[in-house]
Design a protein around this ligand. Structure first.
Ligand SMILES: Cc1cc2nc3c(=O)[nH]c(=O)nc-3n(C[C@H](O)[C@H](O)[C@H](O)COP(=O)(O)OP(=O)(O)OC[C@H]3O[C@@H](n4cnc5c(N)ncnc54)[C@H](O)[C@@H]3O)c2cc1C
Length: 422
């Protein structure tokens, strides 16, 4: 009898975890390589906002956003900032980032591709979470966008129109309807958009950890080390190299999030992957907050009631992945939380506030890299999900398993090709 193919998955964030889940289901032998504790603070998957937003099909940039670049450089505490010393390195990425969203035709193309990846995401996550015994972490009761006024929503009308063309439905809430749903919300917000198809996760770190534990219970091995490269002979992968030695294998998946770039290069693909750092603040115990997890369009933050407390997450800071965090950013998030939910206690003791900084793995065109490597089809790229890595991980895991086992991918992978930047 043939031995099942052995696949090494590099990185045990949510993309690695979902890949392990589906590779095991496809009958592959799975080894996970991860230096940290799976789902812990080193992973972006630990501290995100928990949005399973199948409607998040638009890139973060939009036409004309280049006019804001000077402000991004001047204001280190704005919702988006670029650290000045890093600008020369970030510039090529930034130019591509602005160009990719410079027209609505381009944005619509991105939306069409992302919709194929994200459609049904809450249901796909529910299946995985149920299997891993943490189905209760997935909530499927929609998501809310809060606007200061209907006028502010209408400024975004073209973006919402693109969503409508992708089959995304929503309900508009006037001030009375919004505050009936969200009694703790600041009265400054007078218009809401509710997207019923979306969902959220009450503890993304615990969810990731549970998927890894489930994979281990089904036979996967977790090796606590760092992958450094590949041994490829005659076009076939022979082993993944690690700081502790080689792991012989037939396939490998690069799921190392914001650290994937060097591995991708070793697999023959120069990918312009940047780190969009973000922050969160969690306050506990939760006394007030949203009934439905809410994004605030003006502040570009999400507030979600989670197992650990009330989490506010957001901010984009483009700099070296390992630059010192600017914790003032997390404090600003905490201050926003107070403004958004005025009923929160004003003077919370430090032990009731927890802050975190994470690294979104971001491509300039807001599309992840999913596909086989140039050096050998035995290596699969699965990273670069930027702002949508949690929601997008479920189908990514399925695609990884399909590529690894020679099945036809369930969606067209051309828009996600790791070779598209050549
Ligand atoms: C503030 C914030 C809010 C966000 N909110 C949302 C949201 O609401 N919804 C959403 O969908 N997305 C959100 N995101 C984005 C999402 O968190 C990421 O896209 C996603 O977590 C990326 O998952 P990943 O598995 O690719 O990377 P990670 O979670 O970063 O995991 C990568 C893992 O690879 C390991 N690794 C790295 N290098 C190596 C190596 N050489 N060898 C072995 N292992 C290695 C790392 O230790 C890490 O554990 C948010 C991000 C931030 C920062």
């Amino acid at each position: 009898m043939n031995q099942p193919a052995h696949i090494v998955i590099i990185g045990a964030g949510i993309v690695g975890a979902a890949s392990a889940f589906h590779c095991l289901q496809a009958g592959l032998r799975v080894t996970l390589v991860e230096p940290g504790v799976p789902g812990d603070e080193q992973a972006s998957s630990y501290g995100n906002a928990g949005w399973l937003s199948s409607h998040s099909v638009l890139p973060p940039a939009y036409p004309g956003v280049w006019k804001k670049v000077p402000a991004w450089l001047i204001d280190p505490l704005g919702p988006l900032s670029i650290r000045l010393h890093y600008l020369p390195k970030a510039l090529p990425w930034l130019v591509r980032y602005l160009a990719a969203a410079s027209t609505y035709v381009r944005i619509e193309r991105t939306a069409r591709a992302l919709r194929t990846l994200l459609a049904d995401a809450p249901a796909l996550h529910q299946v995985m979470a149920d299997a891993a015994g943490v189905g209760y972490l997935i909530e499927r009761k929609g998501l809310l966008h809060a606007f200061l006024s209907r006028g502010h929503f209408e400024q975004d009308a073209k973006a919402w129109e693109i969503r409508r063309r992708e089959g995304i439905e929503w309900e508009e809430l006037d001030a009375a309807a919004l505050h009936a749903r969200e009694p703790d919300l600041s009265p400054h917000y007078t218009f809401g958009v509710y997207t019923p198809e979306a969902g959220s996760c009450r503890n993304p770190g615990a969810y990731t950890a549970a998927l890894i534990e489930y994979a281990r219970s089904k036979g996967a091995t977790l090796v606590r080390t760092t992958a450094t490269g590949f041994r490829i002979e005659q076009g076939r992968l022979r082993a993944v190299l690690t700081t502790e030695g080689e792991i012989a294998c037939d396939r490998a998946v690069i799921a190392a999030g914001a650290r994937a770039r060097a591995l991708a290069l070793q697999a023959g693909d120069a990918v312009p992957l940047e780190t969009e750092r973000g922050y969160h603040a969690v306050v506990s115990p939760v006394t007030v907050g949203p009934r439905t997890s809410t994004m605030f369009a003006d502040q570009k933050v999400v507030v979600n009631s989670m197992e650990q407390g009330l989490r506010i997450a957001g901010q984009v800071e483009i700099t070296e992945a390992d630059d010192t965090p600017n914790w003032r950013r997390a404090e600003i998030l905490r201050e926003h939380l107070q403004t958004l939910y005025p009923g929160l206690p004003r003077d919370l003791a430090p032990e009731h506030i927890k802050i975190w900084m994470g690294r979104r793995p971001s491509t300039p065109d807001a599309l992840p890299c999913i596909g086989v490597a140039s050096a050998t089809a035995d290596i699969i790229h699965a990273y670069g999900h930027g702002h949508i890595g949690l929601v997008g991980s479920a189908r990514t895991g399925r695609l990884v398993a399909q590529l690894a086992s020679g099945a036809t991918p369930e969606i067209p992978l051309k828009p996600f090709s790791p070779q598209r930047f050549r």
